[in-house]
Design a binder for this molecule. Structure first.
Ligand code: HEM
Ligand SMILES: *[C@@H]1O[C@H](CO)[C@@H](O)[C@H](O)[C@H]1NC(C)=O
Length: 324
């Protein structure tokens, strides 16, 4: 072998090793094929049954994946409750409004009954999101498994990773870029705001004392009806749906709404006017298939953010607490 060939082939080997490392090669399709072959089907069934009883569980699984994976790692740290020196991430303002986490325990119980201490809570979060999406008319997505559960809460750092309702587009884009999601993918991901709701605390700044001029006036009147006070009682469940047109459908109506100045959050509305994001907003508003393809692609990237694998972390027995 010539010296040159030797060096270039060594370089390729190194490059491949690096690529498989950085692409989280430890996650696999059907990781539980031997240890718990029925796991994907159990999760699928549970997500379906829960959806039939409480339709918005499927909405929650999409948001849960975002709020767990964007903060350091897809490690189910979001599910930890406060106990024994752990302060739950759910105590952060940025996780306000998160609901249905108690039903993760129902899914976990069904898995524990068949395969004790085998399937991680982090994989439950990933597969619940991928099963929930098509139930809402969203895209199918193929998610790898093999994530392990973390043993710590990142409550102190949440605000670095989860933007506020009034964050700038540039900070929003840089957070996603840091986990490998490009602008197109980030614009698709926030399209999850095609389903679910927003509590008035996250909207009133746009209504009082004066109405945000980027908001359609008739829509502002409607929102004032939903949120009659500038200082909503945080305990009273006052909210408005993100999308009044196709409320429980994960479709491109979100983009049509923001183009019509009917975005709920400041960041939703800015997406339609910012130079970096507007071209994708227009494209997604015009083409639901394109939106779905980008949403699925970006969700898979997000779901593979920095997972714990191999001997890292643990398989939690109860998703709410680290193992004793
Ligand atoms: C990165 C910028 C984002 C910001 C600032 C943001 C902010 C918010 C806020 C303030 C709410 C309302 C919470 C409440 O008042 O109850 C919300 C709800 C929601 N978000 Fe986001 N979000 C962002 C991105 C995402 C992404 C990437 C996803 C998923 C892929 C997502 C999924 C959802 C869902 C499904 C809801 C509705 C939850 C429910 O009805 O229970 N969001 N978001
Ligand atoms: C964003 O909204 C919060 C209240 O939810 C407020 O305290 C903060 O000052 C706002 N930030 C900007 C940049 O407007």
């Amino acid at each position: 072998m010539s010296k040159q060939l030797f060096w270039s082939s060594s370089l390729i080997v190194l490059l491949l090793a690096f690529l498989s490392y950085s692409a989280n090669g430890d996650l696999q399709l059907n990781y539980y094929a031997k240890s718990c072959p029925q796991a994907p089907e159990i999760i699928k069934q549970q997500v379906y049954t829960l959806y039939k009883k409480h339709g918005n569980t499927a909405v929650s699984w999409i948001r849960t994946l975002f709020h767990d994976c964007i903060v350091k790692s897809c490690d189910a740290s979001l599910l930890l409750q406060s106990k024994n020196g752990i302060k739950s991430e759910m105590t952060s303002n940025r996780n306000f409004g998160m609901r249905n986490l108690k039903y993760i325990d129902v899914i976990k119980a069904a898995l524990e009954a068949k395969c004790p201490k085998t399937v991680s809570c982090a994989d439950i979060i990933a597969l619940s999101a991928s099963e929930g999406s098509p139930l809402l008319g969203g895209p199918r997505m193929l998610m790898k498994t093999g994530r392990r559960d973390g043993r710590s809460s990142f409550v102190a750092e949440i605000e670095k990773y989860i933007p506020n309702h009034n964050a700038s587009i540039s900070s929003f884009l840089s957070i996603f870029k840091s986990v490998g999601v490009d602008t197109e993918g980030a614009v698709a991901l926030i399209g999850a705001h095609s389903v679910g709701r927003v509590h008035c605390v996250n909207i009133v700044d746009r209504l009082y004392p004066t109405v945000d001029p980027s908001l359609d006036p008739a829509y502002a009147t409607y929102l004032k009806g939903r949120c009659p006070s500038a200082t909503p009682n945080p305990v009273a469940v006052e909210y408005s749906r993100f999308d009044r047109v196709t409320t429980m459908v994960l479709d491109n109506m979100y983009y049509k709404n923001i183009l019509a100045h009917k975005g709920l959050l400041v960041i939703d509305q800015e997406l339609a006017s910012d130079k970096a994001t507007a071209p994708y907003v227009n494209k997604m508003a015009a083409d639901n298939t394109y939106f779905h393809a980008q949403f699925a692609r970006a969700m898979v990237i997000l779901s593979e953010n920095n997972p714990l694998t191999g001997t890292q972390g643990e398989i939690r027995k109860d998703c709410r607490f680290v193992n004793a």
